[in-house]
Design a protein around this ligand. Structure first.
Ligand code: MSP
Length: 472
């Protein structure tokens, strides 16, 4: 039986327009899913929006909109972006969806009935930007390092979910890779965190936030936004009637900023709900711009629209996948992206395709291109291994070795001279080149599906067309 593969992106906060970071995660997830499809696996890609909570309510008020109007607008922008980036998701889920709300209410009710959720009081330092309580040790000079603001002291009646009772279990799950965290350094980081900190019970409701899902057993409270958001990984499947087929998730792909919540609250929630726990997380680093975190005040933000206008959907997919190792932070500037676009796409791949198609035209009618086609060995072991380990940038380098090798082969064998001198040799040479091109078409498919399709078309029809123009 074919394996199934269910991957999720985070559900993004609907308080702001999408940016390059969101695109980075979502494109990576799409590339991996398209690769799994090539392997013949049954796949499901979930993405969507996190639409409740104080942060969104505040933003809506600021804009003079209702929260629902605001989230409708931002969700639309995200969907447009995924379309421009050709993201082939199976569900775009939203926490304001009816099915989601119903499921959340059932879930909290179940935990309340079991005594896992109980009424208490919670006091802590709350960062609205993160929608999380912070410990003193997480603050830098009294401020949240991610948002550079002092968290609010909050003390209120709240419902709490038991966490500490599951700590030993959680550590075992992580140690044994039953909840598998990759790259390994993030697994180590979480284990060391859990060895040194006792998990406190988690406040799962808010009394003064109206924009949320009311607790069924106490409507003066709404569900805490992270509790609400996590379960969209479940309800997204339910909405498409795919729960039985795909649960548990094989990978939750996330940025390192949300590693801690994903490796504590998330598995413990599922355990309390008596559901199979997600198989694990893949954690990626952040995109930096000119060595610094992108911020409007620094003026170093690389807009995703700007990238799309300049490099197109396919070029942007390529560049986001090629900028660096997924697990690490990567530094990006518009100049470097442009250089890479010209070197790899306009020159490297573009040249190769154009040269080979011209030469194919010279093969003459007698030559059956079919004889030159070898597909079965295209997904070579090295490529499959890299992709299975989410080393997408290395997998691309692997493809570019073929591109460079083929360009070099053309220069060395000089097929345009062979045509005149040695027809047999010319055909042999072409066989190698056409095979290379087929291999590239196969391997490139997850990264640049439209380009792969275009190369295939050119090869099959002999109609030459420029793939990528050089840009400034
Ligand atoms: N709503 C929560 C997630 C809930 S999941 C159950 C949230 N949303 S977010 O809109 O802030 O998106 C955070 C995610 O966006 C990160 O985990 C990461 O995937 C992506 N990125 C945001 N900024 C980024 C960079 N600068 N670089 C790379 N990815 C980043 O957190």
């Amino acid at each position: 039986m074919k394996e199934k593969f269910f991957i999720t992106t985070p559900v993004y906060y609907a308080n702001a327009q999408p940016h390059i970071g969101h695109a980075y995660t979502t494109v990576a997830a799409d590339v991996i899913v398209r690769f799994k499809k090539l392997l013949g696996e049954k796949t499901f890609l979930l993405t969507g929006m996190d639409e409740h909570g104080a942060k969104i309510a505040q933003k809506a008020e600021h804009e003079g909109l209702t929260p629902q109007e605001l989230v409708n607008e931002t969700s639309g922008s995200f969907q447009n972006l995924w379309e421009r980036l050709n993201v082939d998701y199976d569900v775009f889920t939203r926490t304001t969806d009816k099915e989601h709300k119903e499921f959340i209410q059932k879930a909290v009710q179940k935990l309340y009935d079991k005594g896992v959720i109980y009424k208490g009081e919670y006091e802590g330092l709350y960062c609205v930007g993160c929608e999380q309580f912070k410990t003193e040790s997480e603050l830098v000079e009294g401020k949240c390092p991610d948002h550079n603001v002092e968290p609010e002291v909050m003390r209120e009646e709240s419902y709490l979910m038991k966490m500490g009772s599951e700590q030993e279990w959680l550590m075992e799950m992580i140690k044994k890779d039953e909840f598998k965290i990759r790259p390994l350094r993030y697994k180590k980081e979480m284990l060391s965190f859990l060895e040194n900190n006792k998990l406190e019970d988690l406040s799962i409701s808010r009394k003064n936030v109206d924009w949320g899902i009311p607790l069924p057993f106490d409507e003066t409270h709404t569900v805490y936004v992270w509790f609400d958001a996590f379960l969209s990984y479940v309800t997204g499947l339910i909405k498409k009637k795919k729960f039985e087929e795909f649960w548990p998730s094989d990978v939750n792909l996330i940025g390192k900023d949300i590693l801690r919540v994903h490796s504590t609250i998330w598995p413990i929630m599922l355990r309390h709900l008596e559901m199979p726990v997600s198989r694990g997380l893949f954690v990626h680093g952040h995109i930096l711009s000119g060595g610094k975190k992108m911020s409007k005040s620094l003026g170093n933000v690389i807009g995703i629209e700007e990238m799309l206008d300049k490099f197109g959907g396919e070029g942007t997919r390529y560049l986001l996948s090629a900028v660096g190792s997924l697990g690490d932070d990567v530094d990006v500037t518009m100049e470097r992206l442009t250089e890479k676009y010209n070197a790899d796409l306009a020159n490297g791949l573009g040249n190769l395709v154009s040269r080979v198609i011209t030469l194919v035209g010279k093969l003459g009618k007698g030559a059956q291109l079919g004889n030159f086609v070898v597909k079965e060995d295209a997904l070579d072991k090295q490529f499959v291994k890299l992709m299975n380990e989410f080393e997408v940038d290395k997998a691309l380098e692997h493809i570019w070795e073929i591109v460079k090798g083929a360009n070099k082969y053309i220069e060395e064998t000089r097929p345009w001279e062979l045509i005149k001198e040695d027809e047999k040799k010319f055909k042999e040479t072409m066989k190698v080149l056409v095979r290379n091109l087929w291999q590239i078409i196969w391997l490139l498919n997850p990264f640049m599906p439209e380009t792969a399709e275009k190369i295939k078309y050119q090869l099959e029809t002999g109609k030459k067309e420029i793939l990528f123009e050089r840009i400034k």
